[in-house]
Design a protein around this ligand. Structure first.
Ligand SMILES: [Zn+2]
Ligand SMILES: [Zn+2]
Ligand SMILES: [Zn+2]
Length: 210
């Protein structure tokens, strides 16, 4: 978890505006709009897609961090390499082409390999990585609630390498946890049901095992 005090003053340059009149809140010395006088509730103004911190990684860090990247030529993992030249086949990877173009990229189940989307969403929220859920169908339409069945996340491209690092760290944590409890039932993070050790998906809801 990364701690960010959303109530800090002056209000940081997060591009927020007053809920009533749209007045920009950046730099204000108090949680009250000087234009219309309404009280500013930061819990309601700061949204999952608000950028409240800069990314940790730019993609230029060396040696190459644990981003789960591999050489596109020979498949050798590149973590720890002192440069973008593959230590195996000496092919130089084009680091500039790794970060997705555009302001946002789609983080789908394939990129999240083995980590349920709901866990990834919670992870990004805890780390203040700007993101926006993409739902295929709204459960609200079916059950009258407001929950969206999240199938993917739109994530700020600037945070691409932060996301790679977080996913890789999570996979490592999962692998260690599994090694320590090899033959036990596992509990589904989505529905809370227990499945036998040899099941790779939840017997109840079909969520992938983590
Ligand atoms: Zn206002
Ligand atoms: Zn290589
Ligand atoms: Zn389940």
């Amino acid at each position: 978890m990364m701690e960010v005090d959303i109530w800090q003053l002056p209000i940081p340059d997060w591009g927020l505006t007053c809920s009533e009149c749209g007045y920009p809140l950046d730099g204000l010395p108090a949680h009250r709009c000087p234009e219309c006088g309404v009280a500013v509730d930061m819990r309601e103004r700061v949204r999952p897609w608000t950028r409240v911190r800069p990314p940790r990684f730019t993609g230029r860090e060396l040696p190459i961090p644990e981003w789960g990247l591999a050489c596109s030529e020979c498949g050798r993992p590149l973590a720890g390499a002192p440069s973008w030249q593959c230590p195996g086949c000496h092919r130089v990877a084009d680091v500039g082409s790794l970060r997705p173009p555009g302001e946002w990229f789609v983080l789908d189940a394939e990129l999240c390999r083995g980590i349920p989307m709901s866990s990834v969403q919670a992870l990004l929220a805890g780390e203040h990585v700007p993101h926006l859920p993409i739902g295929e169908k709204s459960l609200g339409e079916i059950y009258g609630g407001t929950t969206l069945a999240v199938t993917a996340l739109r994530v700020a491209s600037e945070f691409y390498f932060d996301v790679l690092a977080l996913l890789q760290q999570t996979r490592r944590d999962i692998a260690i946890a599994r090694m320590n409890t090899p033959d036990n039932d596992w509990r589904c993070p989505d529905c809370g049901e227990d499945s036998p050790a040899h099941f790779e998906v939840c017997w109840n809801c079909g969520a992938e095992r983590i």
